[in-house]
Design a protein around this ligand. Structure first.
Ligand code: ZN
Length: 381
């Protein structure tokens, strides 16, 4: 990776923090937003000048780009039969679409789920089975190799270093930066991936390669739960013949479509539960106005914000107790801690981050009025 001038790197970091702030600040709201249709983006891997796994795969005459497209279109046909499901494709023919554009298509359609369809390959022809991936750190060399192969399509683009923020598919370290954006959706991504994987195993008796995490560029830029499916190994002749056949493609698309429908249903059940919780708001402790010492500086940690009120029970806040809710402007804000000690509030912030509120931050008040942290620190020093 070419190193960038310092100011550019700082700018990039600030940008990433700013973007993730916007998306991570409001996770509760994101989950409870009501939408008419369930939008699923189906992404057939590769296409056009990029044939997909090559040359190992086509020694038997199989082409990843063709099989991926065929399975993808079949999944779409099945899902389009449902009135409340909207299907968006990143490609419907043999054309090259770069990874950023694929993610942009998904983001623009404000999709609920992104599914990328691929075929696997391996040096040994013995490897077989279907696998599902969500974005994460590679747990092992094999997962890294899969991601590296799928990510290498960015070499088709001259300006890939600039376009993908200096990402280098060959560097395991480069992938760590990938995980930031998808963190918000990782639970839902894993749930969707798990449903697809289970569907392969129980409906089709495919070998269970389980849900794995690895750093896929195409999953990095999507702002929604996202899963990459490796439908099977084209380097395994038997599996290649299956995936290349009408029967195999029909069965695979059926299994994936069924899993998507299951995922949608479980999501809807979750939303219903959330609504029930929301109606029961009277017993919430709210932020108590500070009566004594009206100009006293106090610190709190903000965990999250939501448009609709969420009950401040530990199960809604990753097990954290004594969450306080406060209505500010059009939002409900959720805090822990209420102390005059900056040291103590830092401990609270660390506790929140450890629990999974990665963007928890310290806010400061003078009396009941929120003030800048720098102002508060000046005042207490
Ligand atoms: Zn692929």
């Amino acid at each position: 990776m070419r190193s960038k001038p310092l100011h550019k790197r700082i700018y990039l970091r600030v940008l990433i923090v700013a973007i993730s702030f916007v998306f991570l600040l409001n996770p509760l709201h994101a989950q409870s937003a009501a939408k008419k249709n369930f939008v699923v983006v189906l992404d057939a891997g590769h296409g056009g000048k990029d044939p997909g796994c090559d040359p190992n795969c086509n020694r038997y005459g199989f082409y990843e780009k063709k099989i991926a497209l065929s399975i993808t279109l079949k999944i779409g046909k099945l899902l389009e039969q449902y009135n409340d499901i909207e299907v968006v494709y990143t490609r419907t023919s043999d054309v090259y679409v770069d990874l950023l554009k694929r993610a942009n298509i998904a983001n623009k359609s404000d999709a609920d789920l992104f599914i990328s369809i691929h075929c696997d390959s391996f040096t040994s022809s013995k490897a077989y089975g279907a696998g599902t991936f969500v974005l994460g750190l590679h747990a092992n060399q094999r997962n890294f190799e899969v991601a590296k192969r799928e990510n290498s399509v960015i070499f088709y683009e001259e300006d890939y270093e600039k376009k993908y923020d200096g990402f280098d598919p060959n560097s395991p370290e480069s992938v760590i930066s990938l995980t930031l954006m998808q963190e918000t959706y990782s639970n839902q991504s894993i749930e969707a991936a798990d449903k697809i994987q289970k569907s392969f195993v129980t409906n089709l008796g495919r070998k269970d390669r389980t849900v794995k995490q690895a750093g896929f560029v195409v999953l990095k830029y999507t702002y929604m739960p996202s899963v990459l499916v490796e439908t099977g190994f084209l380097t395994n002749k038997k599996e290649g013949v299956y995936l290349n056949s009408k029967k195999g493609q029909g069965e695979m698309s059926n299994a994936i479509a069924q899993a998507i429908i299951n995922y949608k249903q479980s999501l809807e059940e979750g939303v219903v539960n959330q609504k029930l919780i929301n109606t029961d708001t009277n017993r919430n402790p709210t932020v108590k106005p500070v009566r004594e010492g009206r100009n006293e500086i106090r610190f709190r940690v903000q965990l999250a914000a939501s448009k609709k009120p969420i009950e401040t029970k530990p199960y809604n806040f990753k097990g954290i107790k004594n969450v306080m809710r406060s209505k500010e402007g059009g939002f409900f804000k959720y805090y822990i801690g209420n102390t005059t000690s900056y040291k103590e509030i830092q401990r609270e912030k660390n506790r929140a981050r450890k629990a999974g509120f990665n963007t928890a931050f310290i806010v400061s008040f003078r009396g009941n009025k929120k003030i800048k942290l720098s102002e508060a620190l000046d005042a207490v020093r």
